[in-house]
Design a protein around this ligand. Structure first.
Ligand code: CIR
Length: 236
């Protein structure tokens, strides 16, 4: 991916929110059979996660208060999309999660970000459906996020192209893919992930150009063997 934003993947703060006591029984789930969440363990794991953000990545932690009346509120990502100085406060697809945005909005306001709110009542969007590559957005159209939500996101972040990806077998786009570094997208191997990958492949900027190399392959040749790549744009 060429033309990545300078500073992509560099952060100073992380907003987190602890695990509510209501999560094991009341948090939403695709598989209702998953009814054996261990709260103490979930809390220990969350503490470790926050510890990594703070001590290993050096981020300043903004810890929002635990709210037992909001069983999914530990998943703060869904409540806002932040890019540069702009924070889009979402309208989560699950009705019971809408209130989660209030305190997230306050925290982002306190960090002096420009706040854009998704007030259109026909729009829904979960942050988990939004993947920013550094130069463009992909928005998963899922059970939680609709086309209108994607349009409002495109309007909030006008500097970037926005493409949509239909999501079939997962909750969110980022349930199976993520940026692993500048220009590096990691994607799972599930059927749903592979279906979405086909959409990525069709996108103009990510067009894969099939080059048959059947004969060279017989003598162990592969694509990279067949050229020397040179960059003369910068002095080495
Ligand atoms: C939900 O169904 O909304 C939550 N139980 C899980 C949300 C996970 N969100 C995310 O990874 N961005």
């Amino acid at each position: 991916m060429a033309g990545l934003t300078v500073g992509f993947g560099e952060y100073t703060h992380a907003i987190v929110r602890g695990v509510p006591a209501s999560l094991p029984k009341e948090a939403l789930r695709m598989n209702e059979a998953n009814d054996d969440v261990d709260l103490a363990r979930a809390r220990r794991e969350h503490e470790l996660y926050v510890g990594v953000l703070m001590h290993k990545l050096g981020l300043q932690i903004v810890e929002l208060p635990v709210d037992d009346s909001l069983p999914d509120s530990v998943f703060v990502e869904d409540a806002a999309v932040v890019c540069g100085d702009t924070a889009l406060i979402t309208r989560p697809g699950a009705l019971g999660r809408r209130k989660e945005t209030e305190i997230v909005k306050k925290a982002l306001t306190d960090l002096h970000l420009n706040i854009v709110e998704m007030i259109d009542e026909s729009a829904t969007l979960d942050g988990g459906d939004v993947l920013f590559t550094g130069r463009e957005f992909f928005v998963g159209l899922s059970k939680r996020t609709n086309q209108r939500g994607a349009e409002i996101l495109a309007d909030a972040f006008k500097d970037y192209a926005v493409s949509t990806v239909p999501i079939y077998d997962a909750l969110h786009l980022k349930s199976f893919c993520s940026m692993a570094g500048p220009g590096l997208l990691v994607i799972g191997s599930s059927d749903g992930a592979q279906k979405a990958l086909k959409v990525f492949e069709r996108l103009k900027d990510h067009m894969l150009i099939p080059v048959p190399l059947t004969q060279m392959a017989k003598v162990d040749g592969s694509l990279s063997c067949c050229s020397i790549l040179v960059n003369k744009r910068r002095e080495m």
